[in-house]
Design a protein around this ligand. Structure first.
Ligand SMILES: [Zn+2]
Length: 236
């Protein structure tokens, strides 16, 4: 009788220890391989993770599930008109705008780097617009996200993205968007949110939003019709 009790206790102890160990191993392996599996399968264990510079500053992926760390720092340089960009994209952007002018296409940078505060306020303004139209808070938030990226998910906070529009006195919007679509890749910029990638980016078509990724990546993305998420999954 005594012997049986000891055996039962031992078995219970072994089971408890086994549960602890396997739980620990599972937790450890998810932490180590989570990122790898995520990139291969295209989904994440966590609902969100943090953007990083592992593939180079130019390929940092900031989107609805990759948050820009709050301590991300960037050296800025002011562009004509007052908008600021990451100093590393200043020259290619300047060259692109100058070359467009040679083709009689006149562009202006209407939005460059944004602080967290600025991004937060843009979202608040958009939500307020929808509330005024009579939508519930939940619906207003949902609709706003299609137009404005929530704080820390906007590429504008990196200084690597710009919204470009026309100089209205000198040319049309279509001329600018078409020129950018055809030529931006030569300078390392890509149309970040094309209409045929909305299911991946979760952002509607934005013909004005261009993101610096470097010439090498931009050429491949243009040639193979890949958005940044697809490019990183395939080549990084
Ligand atoms: Zn933008």
């Amino acid at each position: 009788m005594k012997k049986r009790k000891i055996i039962i206790k031992l078995a219970a102890a072994i089971i408890i220890i086994a549960i602890f160990i396997s739980g620990g191993i599972f937790h450890y392996s998810t932490a180590i391989f989570g990122e790898e599996i995520k990139s291969k399968l295209g989904f994440s264990f966590d609902s969100e993770s943090y953007a990083n510079n592992d593939n180079g500053f130019n390929l940092i992926l900031v989107n609805f599930e990759n948050y820009l760390p709050q301590n991300y720092s960037v050296k800025l340089k002011s562009f004509a008109g007052g908008e600021k960009v990451d100093e590393r994209i200043y020259e290619p952007l300047k060259r692109m705008i100058a070359d467009a002018e040679n083709d009689e296409v006149y562009m202006t940078v209407v939005s460059g780097f944004r602080t967290r505060e600025k991004q937060k306020n843009l979202m608040k303004e958009k939500v307020r617009e929808y509330l005024k139209l009579g939508y519930s808070i939940k619906k207003a938030n949902e609709l706003s996200k299609k137009w404005v990226a929530p704080v820390d998910t906007s590429e504008h906070q990196t200084g690597l993205a710009v919204d470009i529009n026309q100089n209205p006195a000198l040319c049309s919007q279509d001329e600018v968007y078409n020129w950018l679509y055809d030529n931006a890749y030569k300078y390392g910029f890509v149309k970040r949110y094309p209409s045929d990638k909305t299911h991946i980016t979760k952002i509607i078509n934005e013909p004005w939003h261009y993101r610096y990724v470097g010439i090498e990546a931009a050429e491949i993305m243009k040639k193979e019709n890949l958005c940044l998420e697809e490019y990183i999954q395939k080549y990084c």
